[in-house]
Write a protein that binds this ligand. Structure first.
Ligand code: SF4
Ligand code: SF4
Length: 211
């Protein structure tokens, strides 16, 4: 009799636990879904979400501020000074461009999406986008190159910068040599200094006239 009671008690308990579990299922069955069928459906990102970075290189002045702000050193920038006779134009924010940017790489695999590189940019050309799907099979493909210069342009810009540097250095050396020559000449032929005024050069008082 006791064994029979345990037998039916176990069956009852099993049905009871199924009913408890199904209570949750039935309770949610006719309510709107809170999940989505990703990747067929995608959630809209919040306006200030931090995802993949983008650099509008046409507006970059090569100031390096973003790179200095990055806590993980994942931004690498190289610049070349433009010669004085080359006009690189201005950015859309009105900043004068004085440097070529032959290299602007972001290693997005290292990036921690802190967003610290965005606010310091004076031309607002480095921004967070809403792109969050950018996985790659090859890790090297996660290094993004933003520079728009071709290898030939880089070589030419470097050569012109070097030539301009040499010309400036030559001008400085010539100016220094001229100054040294003038100094040496002044040491050999010192310029006479004007003697100080003495009492002899002062007008003498007229002698008293006889009565
Ligand atoms: S988001 Fe942060 S980690 Fe990523 S590049 Fe910018 S500063 Fe560096
Ligand atoms: S802070 Fe802006 S302008 Fe300066 S190097 Fe970075 S992206 Fe270019």
């Amino acid at each position: 009799m006791i064994a029979l009671r345990n037998y039916f008690g176990t069956i009852f308990y099993a049905l009871y636990t199924v009913a408890v579990g199904m209570k949750i299922t039935w309770g949610r069955l006719f309510k709107p879904a809170v999940t989505i069928q990703y990747p067929d459906q995608k959630m809209k990102m919040p306006e200030r979400a931090r995802n993949r970075l983008y650099v509008n290189i046409d507006d970059c002045i090569g100031c390096d501020q973003c790179s200095m702000a990055c806590p993980v050193d994942c931004i690498t920038i190289e610049t070349i000074k433009a010669p004085a006779d080359v006009d690189l134009g201005v950015t859309s924010t009105g900043n004068k461009k004085r440097l070529y940017v032959p290299k602007f790489d972001i290693d997005i695999a290292k990036c921690c999406y802190c967003g610290l590189c965005v606010p310091p940019c004076p031309t607002e050309c480095i921004v967070m986008t809403d792109v969050y799907e950018f996985s790659e099979f090859n890790r090297r493909d996660l290094i993004y190159n933003f520079s728009a210069m071709t290898p030939d342009q880089i070589v030419e810009a470097r050569a012109r910068a070097k030539k301009a540097e040499e010309e400036t250095a030559a001008k400085k050396a010539a100016a220094a040599a001229t100054a040294a020559q003038a100094k040496a000449a002044a040491a050999v032929n010192p310029v006479p200094t004007t003697p100080p005024a003495t009492t002899s050069s002062m007008p003498k008082p007229e002698p008293p006239k006889p009565d």
